[in-house]
Design a protein around this ligand. Sequence first.
Ligand SMILES: NC(=O)c1ccc[n+]([C@@H]2O[C@H](COP(=O)([O-])OP(=O)(O)OC[C@H]3O[C@@H](n4cnc5c(N)ncnc54)[C@H](O)[C@@H]3O)[C@@H](O)[C@H]2O)c1
Length: 249
Amino acid sequence: MRLKEKIAIVTGGGSGFGRGICEAYAREGAHVVVADINQASAEETARLIGKPAIAVSCDVARKQDVTGLINTTTGHFGGLDIVVNNAGITHKNQSALDVSEDEFDRIFAVNVKSIYLMTLATVPELEKRGGGVIINTASTAGVRPRPGLTWYNGSKGAAVILTKSLAAELASKNIRVNAINPVIGETGLLEDFMGCPDTPENRAQFTGGIPLGRMSRPTDIANTAVFLADPASEFITGVAIEVDGGRCI
Ligand SMILES: NC(=O)c1ccc[n+]([C@@H]2O[C@H](COP(=O)([O-])OP(=O)(O)OC[C@H]3O[C@@H](n4cnc5c(N)ncnc54)[C@H](O)[C@@H]3O)[C@@H](O)[C@H]2O)c1
């Protein structure tokens, strides 16, 4: 077991990539806190995992919720070693000019401000354990943007640069900070990213640009998240790993 007795928070753990990460971490022996704004889906992930998991209802864009999440985690498991900032939202694939100000604000609150709030709340806890690991789910959209998702792309670009800047700043505390950049994946956000119905023909348009010929899956992201939390990656910090079947080549 690669993460035996480690204590991990996974935000957005109620579905998609987050659920996959929760399941993989539990299989590797970690105690998992499944944090999600959707309490029912967080509870479902915790139920699928069984005993080493708890579900916490949390809006990662709200300071009060984030504080509650950390307090619940340390109260229940006695500490914190791994933080996966995975919760994220997007606007529909459309003209940049048609996205409302409210949508823009919410995307940056959930995808970017959450990293600020989680950093302030979790770093003191990681320090108490002598160090730790932070992993941000960014996106290929943050390094190789395409039309239709402009404001989302910008939020993920911010996630990538925050990852690198925090890695430089927190290294002296023995905290590693890395990002995962998935290519379009088979999750709840798929139709918003495509901007059209999820049909085989429409999927083919997207997979056509991916050399390995398919979309990403939760297991692809989860395997990478295990590696980045594992001591096997102890000398890796400040990277944003593309898990994209070659999309960004
Ligand atoms: N699916 C893709 O194509 C793709 C590609 C690249 C990056 N990503 C990123 O992967 C991450 C996970 O997304 P996914 O594709 O698994 O989508 P998903 O919708 O299946 O999962 C996202 C989860 O985050 C939760 N969530 C949303 N807002 C939240 C908030 N304010 N606080 C707490 N939880 C919240 C949702 O309830 C949901 O359970 C996101 O950051 C997304 O931007 C997705």
